[in-house]
Design a protein around this ligand. Sequence first.
Ligand code: MFK
Length: 576
Amino acid sequence: MSEKLEPISFFQTPPELPNPWASSGALRRAIRSRVSDEQWREFSSELSTFGARVMPDIDPLGLRAEREVPVLISYDAWGNRIDQIQLSSAWKDLAAISAQEGMVAIAFERKYGAASRLLQFGKLALFHPASAFYTCPLAMSDGAARVIEVHGDAALRARALKKLTSRDPFEVWTSGQWMTERAGGSDVSQTSVTARYEDGAWRLYGDKWFTSATTSQMALVLARVEARVEPRESEPAKSSSAHRSTEAQLALFYVELRDARGRLQGIRVNRLKDKLGTRALATAELTLNGAVGYLVGKPGEGVRTASSLLNITRLYNSVCCIGAMARGLQLMTAFSLERRAFGKLIADQPLHFDTIASVRARTEAATELVFHTVDLLGKDECGVATPEETLQLRILTPLVKLYTAREAIQNASETIESFGGAGYIENTGVPRLLRDAQVFPIWEGTTNVLALDILRAMGKDGALQPLVSDLVTRLKGVPTSLPKARIERRLSALAHHARKKAIQAPELQQQSARDFAMALAETVGGVLLLERAVTDSLAGLAASRFIGLIGEWIAREDDIGAMDLASVKKLALESV
Ligand code: MFK
């Protein structure tokens, strides 16, 4: 006779997540405060309807796309090289939903003028945590559409812009962004893929080491125009100023990946990457073997042309970070209302709800920062930004990317911990938050690369001063009953530090660039939260907690532990 099993006496109730629009006060406040009453009626209706789809319709697709990872099929049964990437049907459904919802299109239709980006990125923040990173191809497609809109000729705009911004799932295209090579991830000046002018067309040769969304229809590719190439007089130009270069300069090329039958043209997929997270994404190593490219922008201006793309994808990254942080907060809160320990719900235990309050305050500040930048992007694209606002956008784009990426990791880690042991178990779905968050500070520029870009924005472009002036003006509208004194002190300490650094040697400027950037981002977040707090008491609580958390700011070199560069290097590399 079989042994009788004891009934299971211990179980936990998994958290149920609501409509993310209804449960994200930070997102609602950030959008509401930046649009007209009329726009708000339309935006909130669209975002609420979309939000209602997220958990029942979209989340299960994202989970399935994560399980059914892309598979590279290199050869067919007859030995022919085919390089097909097999995708989950759930991934294809996510693609269709993205097109129908106008996830890229909203920004280019510009139905709401400069406010269109606020609607689009509001939707994206709701979509991201359920999308298994379908937001990655969306980011690159949006960035590519912007590059083509700004730098493409009429023929390219007519062909590709229409496809990238289509709402028709059968028509829409996505784009890859192929920059990274073995020698050059951050330092794209190491690019070795070459563009050779052969038989009346540019053809690309060489390897790309990380290419996201290899299943796209097109890609923007950075390549080095081969030296001493002069077009024959009789050849028609493919693009203005195209092949007059006589130096090996970097340039950006538009490449259509497949022929009419869907076969890759002049491209080999060597293998798919085995990654820590973003597992539904087909990230590949490729060899370009004569793929035809069309020049976008001028030779020698490849990085500058690509920066229109990078600035869009960096902002996508930031929006996805606050979407992920909102999901973490929703999970943490929902679980705290289910889980009992020490005789009561953990939501009723002071240390636990204090922890959630801090996570909420940080999420609120990050959301304000991101949507402030989104607002500036919309104005800039629609030609209604002042020159000062355009400069603010220049510095805020890397600043917000750098800051939210680190915040998203901290949020994911805190979310996991709030679930105790369950948070460490794969099939709860919680560990994935941390694996996926870890990509945010890596792709699209690491923390340090962006900190250096901020130095460039401050030095070459003079973008700090307009930002500081704007923050000072905003603070003037904040009453002293709100905790603004610390933020004012931080702002003047940061401005003083920047003035001091501006006259120092480059290595001394660089050494503190990361600390400076993080402190500046926190300070901007504090100002924006204080501004929101003037009319909203919940934002007031978030502002108080956030300003309490970030504390005072003192440059490390003026504080205990200040060291000269040689000592820092010794500590870093010699103290074993
Ligand atoms: C969920 C979200 C999804 C996101 C999708 C991600 C998937 C895609 C995966 C990837 O492709 S990840 C690879 C991304 N790669 C990077 O982000 C590169 C990181 N490295 C940098 O950003 C470096 O700072 C940079 C390559 C730009 C440095 O290169 P250089 O050659 O040293 O550039 P330089 O000389 O500083 O700048 C060249 C010109 O571009 C200058 O203008 P001028 O020619 O007029 O002087 C710069 O001012 C301009 N520039 C550079 N960065 C800019 C910029 N202009 C505006 N904005 C910027 N960000």
